[in-house]
Design a protein around this ligand. Sequence first.
Ligand SMILES: NC(=O)c1ccc[n+]([C@@H]2O[C@H](COP(=O)([O-])OP(=O)(O)OC[C@H]3O[C@@H](n4cnc5c(N)ncnc54)[C@H](O)[C@@H]3O)[C@@H](O)[C@H]2O)c1
Length: 273
Amino acid sequence: MSYDYKNAHSLADKKVIVTGAGGNLGAEICRGLTAMGASVLATDISADKGMALVEELTAAGANASFLRHDVTNEEQWEAVVATAIDKMGGLNGVVNNAAIVPMQYLADLDVEEFKQVQNVNVAGSMLGCKHGFRAMRPEGSAGGGGSIINMSSVMGLAGTIALASYNSSKGAVRLLTKSVAAECAMLKTGIRCNSIHPGIVESEMGSLFHEQLVDLGVAPDMAASEAGFLAGVPMGEAANVTDIANGAIYLISDASRYVTGTELVIDGGFYAT
Ligand SMILES: NC(=O)c1ccc[n+]([C@@H]2O[C@H](COP(=O)([O-])OP(=O)(O)OC[C@H]3O[C@@H](n4cnc5c(N)ncnc54)[C@H](O)[C@@H]3O)[C@@H](O)[C@H]2O)c1
């Protein structure tokens, strides 16, 4: 029988945790995954947006629920994984998407703020990998393997002004991903791990990025900041949130079954030039 391409892209049997799901990208990833048939446990430190999202998804017929969750808290990760398995009947996907992006010149960078960015963006992702791994490995409470996605950024591939905390955190997420991918594969767990690297996305975080550049005096105003960034994007436009969600759909699906430790760059060619 010939290969069933359509079924390989279906997410009908996928049960996925998405962190930072109250934000623009996390919410759209949840919309995309559930539209393709997955069940989702959406988590966020902020309950309002996460609960509104889950109301929207369930009204559309999706199997979705919300849990308030600080990704830096290991006990809460244990509860999130247990709840996911309880509510969805299993677990075979984790999207470590929650992050913060404060900008500051190096000369003024406060070490506690730097550590906080590493804590949320790197340690939060590591904990998601760890607890996803423990549950999805063959002897785990979910068993059966799965797919872990760590949200990095083009800012995890190259540096820029006033972004030492975020650049270093997203670079760490990039290599965390490769380490997890190698270990999962060599231990024959059936778990894959990949990173997604968006460029600038039409989103609140994208706007915040430009606002901070203006506040720091790097750009005179929002329009100049946006134009300056877009000048470096060969396709000449920012990404839509759906562009990033499509990447997550692929990496969660069985269509990517041989893809692990890779970097999916979704940036309109920004990093290619
Ligand atoms: N928007 C962009 O332009 C862009 C570009 C490249 C990469 N990214 C990455 O994509 C991901 C999502 O970005 P976004 O645009 O949706 O950002 P966002 O700020 O809209 O969403 C981030 C979410 O994470 C949550 N969060 C923050 N700290 C948390 C914590 N300790 N525990 C749990 N949740 C926490 C926030 O409440 C928020 O809902 C991030 O990893 C970001 O770095 C975004």
